[in-house]
Ligand binder design. Structure first.
Ligand code: HEM
Ligand SMILES: [Cu+2]
Length: 589
């Protein structure tokens, strides 16, 4: 374990350092507001990011519910007995002036959902919230390398999001979150809605780069004395690998969005064939960023799961080094496979090469899954909420990952491309993977962040609602898609209706699950029992700090003498041997 020898004899630390917790009020409400708005404390910035992304997740979720309500019934255009054309099943029509506008409301809600969820929620997601809060703590640092840049990144992110959301206030865009040309250049709505969304994405990119840069430098430079690369917790490895992608890939979306703005406003002819441009060029640019980005979304989730699984199964991570290197391997391969999103819009040889390369991504990913499962083997698994979410992750992410293989295979992708199968696949990965891991991490680190426990029973109820709701919503979409239901349509043949109904009912279960968690967390903040520094018996450095941590994290600079996990050799601090049975056989490290 990364034990703090300096700390072993310094029990008074837990009485609170000389600064008090980072949550301690500065006196008046106004003083607190100023303090938070100008803070350079990575913990506060982490919480500010967490709040912002959860608000956006809520907004994106509302849009998803709207989309699902529209899909309860297909839009049908029929001629009635009197010979008039009537449109039925447009549940959003009360928002629209006529039928065509009704279709467009569906398109805009779907686009807004995708754009919010991807650019504003899941990309900043875990790194900017949990990463900001825990990366410095886990390596025994006082803060990130560039604290002011960290605060700047939060403001840039909020500013960019407001820009993007402004496009919705003035009517929204209907291009899909992928902003494909020619929808985004010629056919869509009006200039300014699009330009405002695209500019928002452009601005948010800078926030992502600032965060990534900060984490790379922090990991290199600020590790506590004695902490070598292989003493770093796996969450740190994952955030580090993510940060490298953020720094290298994000500039590409910056350039792409600029090109799109110039094309839209000044007809540059980059993507328009009438002017010698090429619409497929846009797809290449877009996916050269957006494929690596799926690893910005999922690697931090892998990091969270490595921590929760070892802590709540009380066992070392099986094959620590292979998990650490798998993160870097995924980051490297992620840049080579972008064109697998475009099999149907390119030549056969190119498609075959990209298909071949795509299968390589599966290797380091599978290594991780096998290692996590081996970690569980003979562990003393505690079925608390973080562990339930961890097991949920393993189950859902495995489905998400394996269903990607038929999409990587040219012959099967020709059939599945742009169908609901794809929608199901990426929700299993992004939601079943990243959102579920975020929930695992939130429940795992909540006591550390706020110094209070949450009520276990409602938290578990929340898990079951989310888990069952998720599968009800999305599993049936694999079936629909394989039967031919295309994505992004509000109108569909009647034979699909029963499947859409199941899916929509699932979305309401999800809503109930999230509300349950929301109330559990609010209840914890108001009335939660105080928890000690280390309620789970965790072994990584953040558990050595107070709960909530002192303003400057550690009273003494930690000195690290062991790797991050040593559940087989040491009893974690504050535990007795009865509470913490050691495994019979020493497991490997
Ligand atoms: C992390 C959470 C989520 C992410 C990252 C996400 C992402 C996306 C994206 C990118 C799209 C665009 C699909 C396309 O381009 O065709 C989409 C579509 C959609 N999502 Fe989500 N989503 C999330 C959560 C949800 C939830 C909670 C629901 C349901 C309650 C949902 C339901 C839908 C529906 C119905 C569509 C429209 C599919 C279509 O008509 O093509 N999503 N999502
Ligand atoms: Cu991809």
């Amino acid at each position: 374990m990364s034990s703090l020898d300096s700390h072993a004899g310094s029990a008074p630390q837990h009485g609170g350092g000389h600064h008090g917790s980072y949550l301690t009020s500065k006196g008046s409400l106004w003083a607190d507001i100023v303090n938070w708005a100008t803070t350079v404390d990575h913990k506060k910035i982490g919480l500010m990011y967490l709040t912002a992304i959860l608000i956006l997740f809520f907004m994106g979720g509302v849009m998803a519910l709207v989309v699902r309500i529209e899909l309860l019934e297909p839009t049908r255009v029929m001629v009635n007995a009197a010979g008039e054309t009537v449109t039925t099943g447009q549940r959003l029509s009360f928002l629209a002036s006529d039928t065509a506008a009704g279709y467009n409301i569906y398109n805009r809600a779907m686009t807004l959902h995708g754009a919010i969820m991807v650019f504003m929620f899941i990309v900043p997601g875990i790194p900017a919230s949990l990463g900001n809060f825990f990366l410095p703590l886990m390596i025994g640092a006082k803060d990130v390398a560039f604290p002011r840049l960290n605060l700047a990144s939060w403001y840039v992110y909020v500013f960019g999001s407001l820009f993007a959301l402004a496009s919705a206030l003035v009517g929204g865009i209907d291009t899909g979150w992928t902003l494909y040309t020619p929808y985004s250049t010629i056919t869509d709505a009006d200039h300014w809605r699009l330009v405002s969304m695209i500019t928002g994405v452009f601005i948010m990119g800078f926030a992502s780069i600032m965060t990534g840069l900060n984490f790379v430098v922090t990991t290199h430079k600020l590790r506590a004395p004695g902490m070598g690369w292989f003493d770093m917790p796996l969450f740190v490895w994952a955030i580090y690998a993510t940060a490298i992608i953020q720094v290298l890939a994000t500039p590409v979306i910056g350039i792409t969005t600029l090109m799109l703005i110039f094309e839209r406003l000044f007809n540059f002819g980059l993507f328009d064939p009438r002017m010698g441009g090429d619409p497929v060029l846009f797809q290449h640019f877009f996916w050269f960023y957006s494929h690596p980005v799926v690893y910005i979304m999922i690697l931090p989730a892998f990091g969270v799961i490595s921590e929760t699984i070892t802590c709540h199964a009380r066992k070392n991570v099986f094959g620590y080094k292979s998990v650490a290197f798998a993160s870097l391997g995924i980051a490297a391969v992620s840049f080579l496979v972008w064109a697998h999103h475009m099999f149907t819009s390119q030549g056969e040889l190119t498609a075959a090469i990209f298909s071949f390369l795509t299968f390589f991504v599966a290797v380091p990913t599978a290594v991780k899954v096998f290692n996590w499962i081996s970690t569980l083997y003979k562990g003393s698994i505690v079925f608390n909420t973080p562990m339930l979410y961890t097991l949920g992750f393993l189950f859902l992410f495995t489905i998400g990952g394996l269903t990607g293989l038929p999409l990587a295979t040219l012959s099967t992708d020709m059939h599945l491309h742009d169908s609901y199968y794809v929608v199901a696949h990426f929700h299993y990965v992004m939601f079943g993977g990243t959102v579920i891991a975020l929930l695992a991490g939130l429940h795992h680190w909540w006591p550390k962040m706020f110094g209070k426990m949450y009520a276990e029973t409602p938290a578990k109820l929340g898990f079951w609602l989310v888990f069952l709701g998720f599968n009800t919503t999305f599993f049936i979409q694999f079936v629909m898609g394989a039967h031919g239901m295309p994505r992004r349509y509000a109108s569909y043949p009647d034979e699909y209706q029963w499947m859409h109904v199941i899916s929509t009912v699932g979305s309401w279960m999800l809503l109930a699950g999230f509300l349950t968690h929301l109330f559990t967390f609010i209840h914890s903040l108001l009335q939660g029992k105080p928890c000690g520094p280390n309620p789970w018996g965790g072994m990584t450095l953040e558990w050595e700090a107070d709960s909530p941590p002192d303003e400057h994290n550690f009273a003494h600079e930690p000195i690290v003498r062991h790797g991050p996990y040593a559940y087989d050799t040491e009893i974690p601090p504050h535990w007795t041997e009865d509470e913490y049975p050691l495994p019979d056989e020493p497991s490997q490290h």
